[in-house]
Design a protein around this ligand. Structure first.
Ligand SMILES: [Mg+2]
Length: 277
């Protein structure tokens, strides 16, 4: 049995900046400060972190629980119309191939698909609703569970365990996101990580944090299915490491077939031994 957790923004959909606009309007309404989201970076953070940063930058003090509750309530009031505007303008988009992969995964009996998102639960559902993808998700971890992304993922796994009555080992849990923060959170929790490049992530930061798989989107399912262990690697080699036959260079190949980083050094040492014989 495997759990696969999907981030929302930049991984399943792009909501045309609806979340940012709703938070900007919230802060403008409550604290009379315009364009607060220009003062910090929201990408890959939990809503709780973003709401706190917005309050601190607008009011120059730490928010109380009451302050965060007020922001949350107003944000949820404003979000639906911002999402609707994005849909109307044609800037609400699904990531290419997302329907295809979710449909395929939902047919696998031994796969649980859930959400692993920084969005608060109600916000997540509001953002996803126009995509028609909500039907694929029966559980998740949300930005209201914790400020810390890895704890959001762990919470999602706990919910899956409760629902299924099964226990899951970290090696059977796969995180799909679009920013380096998704990778860091997955690694903190000991889970697998993969990245969609057609999201909001910074490519340099993504490369530096070395996810096991990087793909533009879900239009080609082969690398995804190999990474998930649902399809055999056509190269027929040990996952992740191979020697390029035409050169004496050792290639630790990132991204195509999924590399277990823990394995990299060992594999390279082994290749060196073979070559030196
Ligand atoms: Mg994202």
């Amino acid at each position: 049995m495997k759990i696969i957790l999907f981030d929302i923004d930049g991984t399943l959909i792009k909501a045309g900046g609806a979340g940012t606009k709703a938070l900007n309007k919230t802060v403008e309404k409550l604290f009379k400060v315009k364009n607060i989201c220009d003062t910090f970076s929201l990408q890959g953070c939990t809503d709780k972190t973003n709401f706190e940063a917005a309050f601190i930058n607008a009011c120059a003090k730490k928010p109380s629980k009451k302050d965060i509750d007020a922001i949350t309530a107003e944000y949820l009031k404003l979000l639906p119309s911002e999402v609707a505007k994005s849909v109307k303008k044609g800037i609400y988009k699904k990531i290419k191939g997302i329907n295809k992969i979710l449909l395929l995964l939902s047919k696998h009996r031994d796969v649980f698909i859930g959400l692993g998102t920084g969005n608060i639960k109600d916000g997540a559902f509001l953002k996803l609703k126009p995509s028609g993808l909500l039907k694929f998700f029966t559980f998740g971890g949300y930005g209201c569970d914790s400020y810390i992304r890895s704890r959001v993922l762990i919470k999602a796994v706990k919910r899956a365990e409760k629902l299924s009555g099964e226990k899951f080992a970290p090696k059977d849990i796969y995180i799909i996101g679009d920013t380096h923060k998704d990778i860091i959170a997955a690694k903190e929790a000991g889970y697998h990580s993969a990245i969609v490049l057609d999201g909001f992530g910074d490519k340099n930061l993504i490369m530096r944090n070395a996810p096991e798989l990087i793909a533009d989107d879900f239009s080609d399912l082969t690398p995804w299915l190999i990474w998930l262990g649902l399809k055999k690697d056509p190269k027929g080699v040990r996952r992740g490491t191979y020697v390029c036959p035409d050169t004496p260079i050792e290639h630790a190949h990132f991204g195509m077939t999924g590399m277990d980083l823990g394995d990299a050094e060992l594999s390279i040492k082994k290749l060196r031994r073979i070559k030196n014989k």
